[in-house]
Write a protein that binds this ligand. Structure first.
Ligand code: ZN
Length: 270
């Protein structure tokens, strides 16, 4: 499943392709729905408008015009690509035609993706309750510490709660906790302000590194064949059950927390 760094790299790719602000000329839907129905009429009110920018909120992409935007979530297997004439593929569900002969295709074999019209990010039902963006300066040790107050759940489970912070998935939560030396099962409310500061720093670092590596690995976005999945970041604990800790040599442990497999080093993480 694409995580925040993957979605951010897709955003950067789309922004580059759409930087001349082409006019949306036609919206071609090959089916009426993805995970939910696609509001074709509303989206077609954007035809004739220039695409001004491509933004991201959590794992949602927003293609903005002066009259509203298109909201896209990639689900498990969604991809956007530039589709030159003749490049139509199985599972292409949406074609966006732009001035200058540019055509973008949305392909999604498993159809867990989502495509909607959006007028205002503050009121859209998918966005209005989302927590802070991890890479913005407003996400700090202090703000995390405050949002964890009174929370009995394990810290790792809290980190994956989209109301606490968006876009920290299972892998990134495990890796950031390892880097910060904090055990995943610690009660969220017991995290000190000082350790919250360290943890926030590690979350920002690991997401930034992943975006940078991903950006270089799919720089030829226009030709991207559309594989999704995690970038090839080096995992230090994730998926390494019973292997040696890279830091202390002791055995990496695994257990299920909040329904998700969790990896940690009992020696390095307290
Ligand atoms: Zn260790």
């Amino acid at each position: 499943m694409p995580e925040l760094p993957e979605v951010e790299v897709v955003r950067q790719g789309l922004q580059e392709i759409l930087k001349e602000q082409p006019v949306l000329e036609k919206v071609e839907l090959m089916r009426p729905d993805l995970r939910e129905p696609i509001p074709a009429k509303k989206i077609r009110t954007l035809v004739g408008e220039k695409v001004l920018s491509v933004d991201r909120r959590a794992k949602y992409l927003l293609l903005w015009t002066a009259r509203g935007g298109m909201l896209s979530h990639l689900g498990m297997t969604g991809t956007w690509r530039v589709a030159v004439p003749g490049d139509e593929r199985l599972h292409d569900h949406i074609y966006l035609h732009f001035s200058g002969g540019l055509r973008l295709a949305y392909r999604d074999p498993r159809r867990f993706g989502y495509f909607d019209f959006i007028a205002d990010p503050l009121t859209h039902p998918k966005l209005k309750e989302l927590g802070p963006e991890p890479l913005l300066a407003t996400f700090t040790g202090q703000s995390l510490w405050e949002s964890l107050r009174g929370k009995e759940v394990a810290l790792k489970v809290a980190l994956m709660d989209q109301k606490v912070v968006v876009g920290v998935g299972n892998i990134y939560a495990s890796e950031a906790l390892f880097a910060a030396g904090i055990k995943p099962s610690l009660a969220a409310k017991s995290l000190s302000k000082e350790r919250a500061e360290v943890l926030v720093g590690e979350i920002k670092k690991i997401l930034t590194r992943s975006i940078e590596q991903g950006g270089s690995s799919i720089s030829d976005f226009a030709q991207a064949s559309g594989e999704s999945g995690y970038f090839q970041i080096t995992f230090r604990v994730y998926g390494r059950e019973d292997e040696d800790c890279l830091q202390c040599g002791k055995r990496i442990r695994a257990k299920v927390l909040g329904g998700r497999n969790t990896f940690w080093c009992p020696h390095c993480q307290k």
